[in-house]
Design a protein around this ligand. Structure first.
Ligand SMILES: [Zn+2]
Length: 160
């Protein structure tokens, strides 16, 4: 859903691979999550079983890792309890992977990763109704990395 009057929708410059094994994907959901509004409007949910490997969508450098949360569920009260990883790629695009399983990350901030490399597993941390990977590509547009960003459109994923 595009809101042309208030928000500019740019398509990502980089090409991204599926961030989970393609054969694990039950459904790809772009629009029904109540969290996919405003800056998050271009986020994508990959409905997959818990413990599914999460894969770097393209080469990059790990910029943030949180995997110490053990809680989550179908309430915005869990918003700040999502385990997640961010990776910086070329063209100043960042990928983010949310709802990761507690203690499942095997990467560290500053580490280089290759496309397809396993970085964590899918869990149920944060605000989530069913096991899935929340995925978004962002660019920053101000000094505050938590608020000054926008998500980019990823039309399709490289299948490999
Ligand atoms: Zn989502």
């Amino acid at each position: 859903m595009k809101n042309k009057n208030t928000l500019d929708n740019r398509t990502a410059l980089n090409k991204y691979h599926f961030p989970v094994p393609k054969n694990s994907i039950q459904r790809i959901d772009r629009n029904t999550s109540p969290a996919h509004i405003g800056m998050l409007r271009n986020a994508i949910d990959f409905i997959v079983p818990e413990n599914t490997p999460v894969l770097a969508a393209t080469d990059g450098i790990i910029t943030f890792v949180k995997d110490d949360s053990t809680i989550g569920g179908p309430s915005p009260a869990y918003w700040n309890f999502s385990n997640f990883i961010s990776i910086m790629h070329k063209n100043e695009e960042t990928s983010r992977y949310d709802h990761l399983k507690f203690n499942s990350s095997n990467v560290k901030e500053g580490q280089k990763v290759k496309q397809g490399q396993k970085i964590a597993e899918v869990g149920m941390t944060g605000y989530t109704y069913i096991p899935h990977l929340h995925f978004q590509i962002s660019i920053f547009n101000g000094p505050n990395i938590w608020t000054d960003f926008d998500t980019l459109i990823v039309e399709d994923f490289i299948d490999s």
